[in-house]
Ligand binder design. Sequence first.
Ligand code: MN
Length: 418
Amino acid sequence: MNSELRSFVEVAPDSHFSIFNLPYGIFKHPTQGDLRVGVAIGSLVLDLAELEQRSVLGNIGASTPVFSNSSLNHFMALGRSSWTAVRKRVTELLNSECPELQDDKTLREAVLLNQEDCEMQLPVEVSDYTDFYSSRFHATNVGTMLRGADNALQPNWLHLPVAYHGRSSSLIPSGTNIRRPLGQLGPETYGPSRAIDFELEMGFFVGAETRLGEPIPVARAADHIFGMVLVNDWSARDIQKWEYVPLGPFLAKNFATSLSPWVVTSDALAPFRRPLPAQDPAVLPYLHWENDCTYDIELQVFLTPEDGNDRVQISHSNFQYLYWSIHQQLAHHTVNGCNVRVGDLLASGTISGPDKNSRGCMLELSWKGEEPIQLPGNNQRVFLNDGDRVTMSGFCQGDGYRVGFGEVTTKLLPAISD
Ligand code: MN
């Protein structure tokens, strides 16, 4: 990487959106009102639809416009050579050494918008959504609470990345509030869930489809991955506890899952690759790739009580705590011939670390209520109260710059009374 690279757009050292990042998102144009693809740079959005219309992007391998769109799917479907071409061209246009955009005031005013004026949408039209369970710390903590320390991990856990099929219809963008869900909480109990929890997760989007019957070898999985977002997998623990046997999560999970708006590409994350933690027992050959890796992504969770002014950080984790890699997840998902499509979302599962403050959900942070989370002003939580806001943030720390995901923030509203 060229560490001398600098944008003519001012980017604070703690901004998530340095020139090394260039994440893609869908924004509503502040004056035209239509939905478009943009790239975040500092506190601005670069309007790719406008650049494409003015033929400034050059040949990106598309026969029809892809950026005047309400999702990234058309762009993703073009494939990696187009992803590389656009990233290269956008880097060039924003480079402080390049006069082309920098010195053209008319063009600059047409294509650079303030982020705060742009309403962000879901970045991708998600075909299918799968949620894994890939943190050993999380699985061990939850298993210990449910079954005791001796049977914490189920016999399959160290042999395959466990997952369930989620639901794409209830994926929501950051900033969309959710209602406390109603449901069965036990054999005679119906009403609003009393145990609403967040799950700190990340997810990746499939950018290259496969045919039915065609597995993705683990060593080729990276070719199919476009980029990543932050995921908050909302969970109703009381509904979950009653319903999950024998087929797994259902209504406890599918009432809402929140996504951050900017998709950070695999290219931007590449400098933050780290070796995958050791796996013992050795995995089967179809899950083994000698170059397998994870990413060093700092993760934070903040809680803002409705009656409190300031948000309080309640968790500090890292993506590299995960046991299973995203490549193993994709290889496992397709080993039986299950096909994937452009826009599929595969999420990690709750990302917990080894320490108490690195636990990625309230069930673990409060150890099922035995150790309530302490907030300022003699305030405490086991699960979320109505009016609480949960905000997740994540970034890779470079030398004097960041490659970040921004935030995913959601407020919990009271249940609709029946
Ligand atoms: Mn989950």
